[in-house]
Design a binder for this molecule. Structure first.
Ligand code: PLP
Length: 482
């Protein structure tokens, strides 16, 4: 099935070899295998600090890999079915930004849905590209953004034939997938590149009967969060490219922003996780799917909650990632964030996020059926103790954006801070978002409308963690002067 021997883990082997040699360190990091920082050793253990080392000849260098990192990246590309894989240690944020900085220059247009992660719009600020948003349909009950519809893309391409790329989420945080294959065909037939944000899609490359992965669908680049469903350490990620891309140029773009001191803890975790996924991915993700389906049926049998699945498939939902466990809570008069807080405060259960309408519990191979039973029991309890009447107004989680000026221009323009309640009609100069999911409610260059202010104030009142603005309490907002 694979071209290369996926049992190998070259970075891990090189680290083991390095450990055996007991090399005397006159290089960074200054903790010198932990000897200079006993508290760190107590916290992390000798095994861990002992391989927190810097690049050196036998361990290769992430900025210009020629030996063990190069081999590990080649194995990774083979496992993912990509032309090349780049190991990333600055989070998927950097993988996303590299994709955009590779294909867009200042003033170039890029077609994308508005419900992107903030890293995407941050990249537009960095490179000066202009977003052409395709407004996704919003699910009438759930209030979540659905997929990118090929007909809307066709229209956007017709109106913007000079756009250089299309970016698509595959899947969204909520499990929604678009028809990525058709999107690739449409974009490519107009000379545009396709970039996939697959922060939530590592498993699509390894599981069976899951939505199609970006690389298989024909995308040119994909940013994949190995540290989410792939099991590697937090902050480690992979950028995949197809053979349509210039590997050397992508490496140069990566080196514009990636650290010159890549962590071998992160790199070795990518190497091990790739091996594990290549060897055991099918079994692993079948287990996750089975747990998610079980949790869905248990939660739906409580009544009141709605844990959604494949039945969402429609003209705006091409496919659904059944590993995602999202639960609509507003039907019981509770916001997702209220249920999230109750789970944490009363039941010691940490969910992935709660927003206005949805609670998301992240499932992975690390979960056990007994933990799922605990989650279901807690949700049942919460319903009994806290449920109220369903709210008429769903307070949608996805909001229509009106772009008035480019993100870069707006971010760097002269701005003033005004009370958010008085900001309707002004142009936003900063981000406002709930984190997670990190999808901006407002981004630089967008018109601030009264309904958006209501949405932000409602999210704040309900306890969402609002981020992005200069004023952390979001009482004031930065708007363009004049
Ligand atoms: C859709 C999406 N893209 C990109 C990212 C950025 O990933 P990271 O946190 O690894 O930088 C996230 C983070 O949650 C995300 O949800």
């Amino acid at each position: 099935m694979y071209r290369l021997n996926q049992n190998k883990a070259p970075i891990v082997d090189a680290l083991e070899e390095f450990r055996r040699h007991r090399v005397v360190p006159f290089d960074v990091p200054g903790h010198k295998r932990g000897r200079g920082n006993p508290e760190l050793v107590k916290l992390l253990g000798e095994q861990c600090v002992g391989i927190d080392v810097n690049s050196m000849k036998p361990l290769d260098n992430l900025s210009n890999p020629i030996s063990v990192i190069a081999e590990a990246e080649e194995l990774c590309a083979d496992a993912f079915g990509a032309g090349h894989a780049f190991f990333i240690v600055n989070g998927t944020t950097m993988a996303v930004q590299t994709m955009i900085l590779t294909v867009c220059k200042s003033g170039d247009k890029i077609i994308l849905p508005r419900n992107v992660h903030k890293s995407v719009i941050n990249a537009l600020i960095l490179c000066g590209a202009i977003p052409v948003y395709i407004e996704p349909q919003i699910h009438p009950t759930l209030g979540i953004a659905l997929g990118m519809e090929p007909d809307k893309l066709r229209l956007a391409i017709k109106e913007n034939p000079d756009a250089v790329a299309v970016l698509v989420n595959n899947p969204t945080y909520y499990g929604i997938c678009s028809d990525v294959k058709t999107i690739c065909e449409l974009a490519h037939s107009h000379g545009m590149k396709v970039l996939c944000d697959e922060a939530h899609g590592t498993h699509l490359y390894f599981g069976e009967n899951l939505p199609i992965s970006g690389m298989r669908a024909g995308a040119d680049m994909a940013a994949v969060s190995m540290h989410k469903s792939g099991g590697s350490l937090t902050q480690s990620s992979v950028l995949l490219i197809s053979n349509t891309m210039d590997k050397g140029y992508v490496r140069q773009i990566i080196n514009l922003t990636q650290t010159t001191s890549a962590s071998y803890l992160l790199l070795s975790s990518l190497d091990l996780s790739r091996r594990n996924l290549a060897l055991n991915g099918v079994k692993t993700f079948q287990k996750v799917v089975d747990m998610a389906e079980y949790a869905r049926s248990e939660i739906n049998s409580i009544g009141g909650y709605y844990a959604y699945g494949k039945e969402l498939i429609s003209d705006a939902v091409y496919d659904f990632d059944v590993t995602k466990l999202c639960v609509y809570t507003k039907s019981m008069g509770l916001t997702g964030i209220e249920v999230y807080d109750l789970l944490r405060d009363e039941y010691d259960i940490q969910a992935e996020f709660g927003d206005i309408g949805t609670l998301m519990a992240y499932l992975s191979v690390g979960d056990r059926i007994r933990d799922i039973e605990r989650l279901c029991g807690a949700l049942e309890d919460i319903k009994r103790l806290h449920a109220g009447d369903a709210k008429e107004n769903p307070h949608l989680d996805a909001i229509h954006a009106e772009v008035v000026a480019s993100p870069q221009y707006s971010f760097y323009s002269e701005k003033e801070s005004i009370p958010i309640r008085l900001a309707a009609g002004r142009i936003c100069g900063e981000f406002v978002m709930c984190y997670p999911p990190g999808i901006p409610i407002l981004a630089p260059g967008e018109l601030i409308r009264a309904e958006i202010i209501d949405h932000i104030l409602y999210a704040k009142e309900k306890g969402c963690s609002l981020q992005g603005a200069n004023d952390p309490r979001i009482e004031n907002i930065m708007v363009l002067k004049g």
